[in-house]
Design a protein around this ligand. Structure first.
Ligand SMILES: O=P(O)(O)OC[C@H]1O[C@H](OP(=O)(O)OP(=O)(O)O)[C@H](O)[C@@H]1O
Ligand code: HPA
Length: 191
Protein backbone atom coordinates (compact mmCIF):
# COMPACT_ATOMS: atom_id res chain seq x y z
CA UNK A 1 0.00 0.00 0.00
CA UNK A 2 1.27 3.47 -0.87
CA UNK A 3 1.69 5.73 2.16
CA UNK A 4 -0.29 8.97 1.83
CA UNK A 5 1.14 12.42 2.62
CA UNK A 6 -1.07 12.51 5.68
CA UNK A 7 0.25 9.17 6.95
CA UNK A 8 3.86 10.17 6.38
CA UNK A 9 3.35 13.13 8.74
CA UNK A 10 3.33 10.64 11.62
CA UNK A 11 6.54 9.90 13.52
CA UNK A 12 4.95 6.62 14.63
CA UNK A 13 1.66 4.87 15.11
CA UNK A 14 0.70 4.53 18.76
CA UNK A 15 -2.58 2.61 18.43
CA UNK A 16 -3.47 1.02 15.11
CA UNK A 17 -6.95 0.63 13.63
CA UNK A 18 -7.18 -3.07 14.52
CA UNK A 19 -6.32 -2.41 18.16
CA UNK A 20 -8.91 0.40 18.29
CA UNK A 21 -11.52 -1.93 16.80
CA UNK A 22 -10.80 -4.68 19.31
CA UNK A 23 -10.84 -2.32 22.30
CA UNK A 24 -14.13 -0.79 21.15
CA UNK A 25 -15.72 -4.26 21.10
CA UNK A 26 -14.62 -4.68 24.74
CA UNK A 27 -15.82 -1.21 25.78
CA UNK A 28 -19.20 -1.68 24.09
CA UNK A 29 -19.71 -4.99 25.87
CA UNK A 30 -18.57 -3.66 29.26
CA UNK A 31 -20.82 -0.61 29.02
CA UNK A 32 -23.87 -2.58 27.80
CA UNK A 33 -23.42 -5.19 30.55
CA UNK A 34 -22.98 -2.52 33.22
CA UNK A 35 -26.24 -0.74 32.40
CA UNK A 36 -28.25 -3.88 31.69
CA UNK A 37 -27.17 -5.55 34.91
CA UNK A 38 -28.38 -2.43 36.73
CA UNK A 39 -31.79 -2.66 35.07
CA UNK A 40 -31.26 0.40 32.87
CA UNK A 41 -33.34 0.29 29.67
CA UNK A 42 -32.15 3.42 27.93
CA UNK A 43 -28.93 5.37 27.84
CA UNK A 44 -28.33 8.99 26.84
CA UNK A 45 -24.99 9.40 25.13
CA UNK A 46 -23.56 12.92 24.99
CA UNK A 47 -20.61 13.38 22.60
CA UNK A 48 -18.20 16.27 22.91
CA UNK A 49 -17.61 17.59 19.38
CA UNK A 50 -15.57 17.67 17.30
CA UNK A 51 -12.93 15.30 18.61
CA UNK A 52 -15.22 12.49 19.79
CA UNK A 53 -17.40 12.11 16.70
CA UNK A 54 -15.59 9.11 15.21
CA UNK A 55 -15.10 7.34 18.54
CA UNK A 56 -18.69 8.02 19.63
CA UNK A 57 -20.14 6.79 16.32
CA UNK A 58 -18.15 3.55 16.50
CA UNK A 59 -18.82 3.01 20.22
CA UNK A 60 -22.53 3.71 19.88
CA UNK A 61 -22.96 0.86 17.40
CA UNK A 62 -21.49 -1.52 19.97
CA UNK A 63 -23.84 -0.47 22.77
CA UNK A 64 -26.64 -2.97 22.50
CA UNK A 65 -29.57 -1.21 24.19
CA UNK A 66 -31.85 1.79 23.60
CA UNK A 67 -29.73 4.92 23.31
CA UNK A 68 -30.53 8.58 22.73
CA UNK A 69 -27.70 10.72 21.34
CA UNK A 70 -26.83 14.39 21.49
CA UNK A 71 -23.70 16.50 21.07
CA UNK A 72 -22.17 19.33 23.03
CA UNK A 73 -19.65 21.80 21.66
CA UNK A 74 -17.06 23.26 23.99
CA UNK A 75 -14.88 26.29 23.33
CA UNK A 76 -11.23 25.47 22.75
CA UNK A 77 -9.57 27.17 25.69
CA UNK A 78 -6.12 26.34 24.31
CA UNK A 79 -6.38 29.05 21.66
CA UNK A 80 -3.72 31.63 22.55
CA UNK A 81 -5.61 34.49 20.82
CA UNK A 82 -8.61 33.97 23.03
CA UNK A 83 -9.13 35.40 26.53
CA UNK A 84 -10.97 32.16 27.50
CA UNK A 85 -9.08 30.21 30.16
CA UNK A 86 -11.78 27.67 31.00
CA UNK A 87 -13.69 25.39 28.63
CA UNK A 88 -17.24 26.73 28.14
CA UNK A 89 -20.27 25.16 26.45
CA UNK A 90 -20.91 27.08 23.21
CA UNK A 91 -23.62 24.85 21.74
CA UNK A 92 -26.14 23.51 24.24
CA UNK A 93 -27.46 19.96 24.61
CA UNK A 94 -31.04 19.76 23.40
CA UNK A 95 -32.08 16.47 25.04
CA UNK A 96 -33.59 16.50 28.51
CA UNK A 97 -31.12 14.86 30.92
CA UNK A 98 -33.12 15.00 34.14
CA UNK A 99 -33.53 11.54 35.66
CA UNK A 100 -31.66 9.95 32.74
CA UNK A 101 -28.66 7.65 32.60
CA UNK A 102 -26.07 9.82 30.89
CA UNK A 103 -22.79 8.68 29.36
CA UNK A 104 -20.51 11.55 28.38
CA UNK A 105 -18.07 10.57 25.63
CA UNK A 106 -14.83 12.26 24.60
CA UNK A 107 -11.78 11.34 22.55
CA UNK A 108 -9.09 12.26 25.09
CA UNK A 109 -8.59 13.11 28.74
CA UNK A 110 -5.52 15.35 28.79
CA UNK A 111 -5.43 18.06 31.47
CA UNK A 112 -8.92 16.88 32.45
CA UNK A 113 -10.37 20.41 32.38
CA UNK A 114 -12.93 19.71 29.64
CA UNK A 115 -14.41 16.63 31.26
CA UNK A 116 -14.33 18.07 34.77
CA UNK A 117 -16.16 21.22 33.66
CA UNK A 118 -18.75 19.35 31.59
CA UNK A 119 -19.46 16.87 34.37
CA UNK A 120 -20.05 19.80 36.72
CA UNK A 121 -22.46 21.41 34.23
CA UNK A 122 -24.29 18.17 33.40
CA UNK A 123 -24.80 17.44 37.12
CA UNK A 124 -26.94 20.58 37.32
CA UNK A 125 -29.49 18.86 35.04
CA UNK A 126 -29.85 16.16 37.73
CA UNK A 127 -29.34 12.99 35.68
CA UNK A 128 -30.03 9.72 37.54
CA UNK A 129 -26.48 8.58 36.76
CA UNK A 130 -23.59 10.29 34.99
CA UNK A 131 -20.59 8.33 33.75
CA UNK A 132 -17.80 9.20 31.34
CA UNK A 133 -15.96 7.33 28.62
CA UNK A 134 -12.77 8.43 26.88
CA UNK A 135 -10.84 6.62 24.21
CA UNK A 136 -7.48 7.95 25.42
CA UNK A 137 -6.14 8.95 28.82
CA UNK A 138 -2.88 10.86 28.54
CA UNK A 139 -0.45 10.27 31.39
CA UNK A 140 1.35 13.02 33.26
CA UNK A 141 -0.74 16.03 32.21
CA UNK A 142 -3.68 16.06 34.59
CA UNK A 143 -4.46 19.45 36.16
CA UNK A 144 -7.49 18.25 38.07
CA UNK A 145 -8.49 15.11 39.90
CA UNK A 146 -11.06 13.98 37.39
CA UNK A 147 -10.94 10.26 36.37
CA UNK A 148 -13.07 8.81 33.55
CA UNK A 149 -15.32 5.83 34.28
CA UNK A 150 -14.26 3.97 31.10
CA UNK A 151 -10.89 4.38 29.36
CA UNK A 152 -9.87 2.83 26.04
CA UNK A 153 -6.09 3.28 26.19
CA UNK A 154 -3.61 4.98 28.50
CA UNK A 155 -1.04 6.81 26.40
CA UNK A 156 2.24 8.59 27.15
CA UNK A 157 2.56 12.36 27.29
CA UNK A 158 2.82 13.02 23.56
CA UNK A 159 0.70 15.01 21.12
CA UNK A 160 -1.44 12.54 19.19
CA UNK A 161 -3.61 12.81 16.10
CA UNK A 162 -5.98 10.56 14.16
CA UNK A 163 -9.30 8.79 14.76
CA UNK A 164 -10.99 12.13 15.50
CA UNK A 165 -8.03 13.91 17.10
CA UNK A 166 -6.66 16.86 15.16
CA UNK A 167 -3.78 19.23 14.85
CA UNK A 168 -4.98 22.52 13.28
CA UNK A 169 -8.14 20.61 12.19
CA UNK A 170 -6.11 18.10 10.15
CA UNK A 171 -5.68 14.31 10.66
CA UNK A 172 -9.11 13.57 12.19
CA UNK A 173 -9.72 11.10 9.34
CA UNK A 174 -6.62 8.96 9.96
CA UNK A 175 -7.76 5.44 10.96
CA UNK A 176 -4.89 5.06 13.47
CA UNK A 177 -3.78 7.15 16.44
CA UNK A 178 -0.27 8.39 15.95
CA UNK A 179 2.34 10.86 17.11
CA UNK A 180 2.85 13.78 14.76
CA UNK A 181 6.42 14.42 13.60
CA UNK A 182 7.75 17.16 15.94
CA UNK A 183 8.76 19.50 13.10
CA UNK A 184 5.10 19.55 11.92
CA UNK A 185 3.63 20.52 15.25
CA UNK A 186 4.18 24.24 14.81
CA UNK A 187 4.78 25.11 11.15
CA UNK A 188 4.55 28.92 10.63
CA UNK A 189 1.69 28.68 8.10
CA UNK A 190 -0.60 27.07 10.72
CA UNK A 191 0.03 29.54 13.52
O1 LIG B 1 -8.43 17.21 29.02
P1 LIG B 1 -8.32 18.50 28.29
O2 LIG B 1 -6.95 19.13 28.44
O3 LIG B 1 -9.42 19.44 28.59
O4 LIG B 1 -8.35 18.19 26.72
C1 LIG B 1 -9.27 17.36 26.12
C2 LIG B 1 -10.12 18.10 25.12
O5 LIG B 1 -9.28 18.76 24.16
C3 LIG B 1 -9.70 18.42 22.84
O6 LIG B 1 -10.69 19.28 22.37
P2 LIG B 1 -10.36 20.60 21.52
O7 LIG B 1 -10.66 21.78 22.38
O8 LIG B 1 -9.01 20.52 20.90
O9 LIG B 1 -11.46 20.59 20.37
P3 LIG B 1 -11.86 19.45 19.32
O10 LIG B 1 -12.64 18.40 20.09
O11 LIG B 1 -12.73 20.15 18.34
O12 LIG B 1 -10.61 18.90 18.70
C4 LIG B 1 -10.29 17.03 23.01
O13 LIG B 1 -11.21 16.72 21.97
C5 LIG B 1 -10.96 17.09 24.36
O14 LIG B 1 -12.30 17.53 24.29
O1 HPA C 1 -2.78 15.01 22.17
C1 HPA C 1 -3.77 15.65 21.71
N1 HPA C 1 -4.04 15.67 20.38
C2 HPA C 1 -5.09 16.32 19.84
N2 HPA C 1 -5.96 17.03 20.57
C3 HPA C 1 -5.75 17.07 21.91
N3 HPA C 1 -6.46 17.71 22.86
C4 HPA C 1 -5.88 17.47 24.02
N4 HPA C 1 -4.78 16.67 23.84
C5 HPA C 1 -4.69 16.41 22.51
Amino acid sequence: MIETAMESDLARILVNADAIDKRLDELGETITNHYQSNGVEELTLICITNGSIIFAADLLRRINMYARVDCVRVSSYQNEDSPITEPEIIDQIRLDLTGRHVLLVDDILDTGKTLEKLVMILQTFEPQTLETCVLLEKQGRRQCRYEATYVGFKIPNEFVVGYGLDFAERYRNLPHIGVLRPELQNPPEWQ
